[in-house]
Design a protein around this ligand. Structure first.
Ligand code: T46
Length: 136
């Protein structure tokens, strides 16, 4: 699977590090929403859904976690272990997040407002949608 990642360069000096992400310059979409996931226990797996119309960039800004991606044919595992690394996730991609280290914070930049109707939470329904789109 072709996994798209971004490198966000840090502006470091003897005080520490700073990363800036600017709409229209560093991202392939306009940001409508930002959320972050934290206090997730190491043995917890979350996600288990795809989106019909949502692009996102995931950045583990503290600690690390793993992302399982599934496009209905192939799967990939991506380790997010640096605040400089962003993972792009498009529409129609099943995702699961797991192996959060204690204190990990997963920041998500999203192209759309929150909409529960955009979620496909049933894996078989996800596979059917992928097949239907391919047969069109
Ligand atoms: C995704 C992965 C990476 C809101 O009220 N607004 C929001 O913008 C979001 C994202 C969630 N919520 C509520 C809905 C649930 O009651 O927060 C609760 C937890 O959401 P959810 O169970 O969907 O969280 P995850 O970690 O399974 O998935 C989230 C995103 O929902 C999803 O879009 O791609 O992170």
């Amino acid at each position: 699977m072709d996994v798209k990642t971004y490198h966000f360069p840090p502006h470091g000096d003897d005080r520490g590090q700073l990363i800036a992400i600017e709409e229209h310059k560093d991202l392939p979409f306009d940001i409508k929403r930002v959320y972050y996931i934290y206090d997730t226990l190491t043995n917890v797996r979350r996600g288990f859904h795809a989106h019909r119309n949502l692009q996102q960039i995931l950045i583990c800004v503290s600690g690390s976690c793993k992302i399982h991606l599934d496009d209905g044919h192939d799967t990939a595992e991506v380790v997010l272990d640096a605040p400089t690394k962003g993972l792009y996730i498009s529409n129609d991609m099943w995702r699961e997040m797991y192996d959060f280290t204690p204190g990990a914070v997963l920041l998500v930049l999203a192209s759309e407002y929150y909409d529960e109707k955009d979620y496909i939470r049933d894996y078989d329904a996800f596979l059917n949608m992928v097949k239907e789109k391919e047969n069109k």
